[in-house]
Design a protein. Structure first.
Length: 488
């Protein structure tokens, strides 16, 4: 499907079963081509309040059984799969990632909905025997799981459809109503997900208002979510600054925060350097490096530094940069001028402080306005900007370390703690890293950026709070009630 066939994507918002626009609209631009590819309404606080109240009424009115919720989520997954190519082209058009990555994202979205559908059937409580307590042999208790009510889902630009599914799938599986708020730069594919969910909801007879999506300024929408008592949970993926603001102001609401990262990957001598280098480059360049758990810092054992850099340069040279709609493109354009400029700034500052370009280093100009080449840096010290900051671009700073102790210290030398990677064949070293790296996930023999949709996923320190992953998020979006039976 070509861009022309896709056509202009002017999407609306969904409140209480009705799709509608607004007087003010925000344009969505193609990151590589610069053209306007669509638009979405920019709504004010009143429409967000309307969506929350519709959702609140729908939870009360909903009599969907677990099986109905399974059917709803399965029907939505079917629709996402039927529209896979169309939605993937939308993802590439609004976000700039290569079409092959966009297809993978849409496929994972459908799988996330299927996993959520299965989880809807597993919302069990437990029998709690009372006889361990003296004189209570005739009493019985059990627990049951109930939905929280209204779950608000706020997502960032970089995986515009999948990250919304990570929240909405589990929230619906647990029996909640949802109000989604996608990123304003990349809202189109997320709204396509809500179109699929809306049709599926009608098919199973869900009440209007169970599924809503609004678009608008993050702070306007976010403040209404924070202030409205009917919002029982906020699930946020995005920057640490906004996450902290939400955490500070969310009072008694449940909150999940999936935030930034500055993930280390350690490469030790006892590993296949060619394979490690390929994975490092893949992990740093996927989605143009605009990934929370991408390879941000490579800590390499000093004795193999030169050999490893050669392998990384070879692997980086295999990356094809260009129009993200081309089938052979590995690296497209960065989402906005701001993201592009921030990468340029951190890269140039790091060079000024003495780092050396081993490969790449070109950006903009003939490559395309927001295109940044895969870039391998050596002579990087841990205090340089490319090492201390989350660089949301394809920059690979290689930092030598002369002992494993130093590698662990450097891995932890950050306020973030999302994920980490370690390449080694030594099981003791692997276990040490697992025990001592202060991050939500430690991946042995692969890079930091490992995530599947069902595994528990979430960072420590400034990288977040709470876990995603279908089972874990579904549990988080429900509450446990104790029911007691007594002899009377
Ligand atoms: P961002 O924080 O700027 O925006 C994220 C979302 O929050 C958007 O929808 C935005 O409109 C909204 N928002 C902005 N201000 C708000 C406010 N005051 N209240 C409520 N919502 C508000 O993030 P971004 O630039 O879109 O995304 C990049 C960041 O997201 C990076 O730091 C990246 O590491 C992080 N991220 C984390 C994960 C993870 O799973 N840990 C995944 C993807 C991205």
């Amino acid at each position: 499907m070509s861009l022309e066939q896709l056509g202009q994507q002017d999407k609306d918002i969904l409140i209480d079963g009705v799709w509608s626009g607004a007087e003010e609209r925000a344009e969505v631009r193609h990151p590589y081509e610069g053209a306007v590819v669509g638009s979405v309404p920019l709504v004010g606080a009143d429409r967000v309040t309307e969506a929350i109240e519709a959702a609140d009424a729908a939870v009360d009115a909903s009599s969907l059984s677990a099986y109905d919720r399974y059917e709803l989520l399965t029907a939505a997954a079917d629709r996402v799969e039927d529209r896979l190519e169309e939605i993937a082209q939308i993802v590439t058009s609004e976000e700039g990632k290569p079409i092959t990555e966009a297809r993978n994202e849409v496929d994972r979205t459908a799988q996330t909905l299927r996993l959520s559908a299965e989880e809807a059937k597993r919302q069990f409580g437990e029998y709690v025997p009372m006889d361990p307590q003296k004189g209570m042999a005739r009493d019985h208790c059990f627990t049951q799981r109930e939905p929280l009510g209204v779950v608000a889902a706020i997502t960032p630009f970089n995986f515009p459809i999948m990250l919304m599914a990570h929240k909405v799938g589990p929230a619906l599986a647990a029996g909640n109503a949802v109000v989604g708020k996608p990123a304003t730069d990349t809202p189109l594919s997320s709204i396509a997900l809500f179109e699929c969910l809306d049709e599926a909801a009608a098919e199973v007879g869900a009440p209007d208002g169970l599924i809503n999506v609004v678009t608008g300024s993050g702070s306007t929408v976010g403040d209404v979510f924070l202030d409205h008592d009917a919002v029982e949970a906020i699930s946020f993926t995005g920057s640490t600054a906004v996450g902290k603001y939400l955490a500070d102001n969310s009072g008694m609401k449940e909150i999940t925060l999936e935030l930034g990262g500055n993930d280390p990957t350690i490469v030790w001598h006892d590993t296949d350097l060619e394979s490690a280098a390929e994975q490092v480059v893949g992990g740093a360049c996927s989605n143009g490096g605009q990934v929370c758990n991408s390879v941000e810092r490579v800590l390499v054992e000093e004795s193999i530094e030169d050999e490893f850099i050669e392998e990384v340069v070879d692997a980086a040279a295999d990356i094809t940069v260009g129009n993200p709609h081309n089938e052979d493109t590995d690296l497209g354009a960065m989402v906005t001028d701001d993201e592009f400029e921030s990468t340029v700034e951190l890269f140039e500052e790091t060079l000024e402080q003495g780092a050396r370009v081993e490969y790449g280093g070109n950006y903009g100009g003939d490559l395309g306005d927001r295109v940044f080449e895969p870039t391998v840096l050596s002579d990087v010290t841990p205090d340089m900007p490319a090492a201390t900051e989350e660089v949301f671009g394809p920059v690979i700073p290689v930092i030598p370390v002369d002992s494993f102790e130093e590698a662990i210290e450097e891995a932890n030398n950050t306020n973030y703690g999302l994920e980490a990677g370690l390449f080694t064949q030594d099981i003791d070293r692997a276990k040490q890293a697992a025990d001592r790296i202060d991050a939500g996930g430690v991946n042995i023999n692969t890079v930091s950026g490992f995530r599947t949709d069902h595994m528990p996923y979430g960072g420590f320190k400034d990288s977040g709070k709470g876990k995603e992953g279908i089972k874990y998020a579904t549990k988080h979006f429900s509450r446990e009630k104790l029911v007691g039976f007594h002899p009377g």
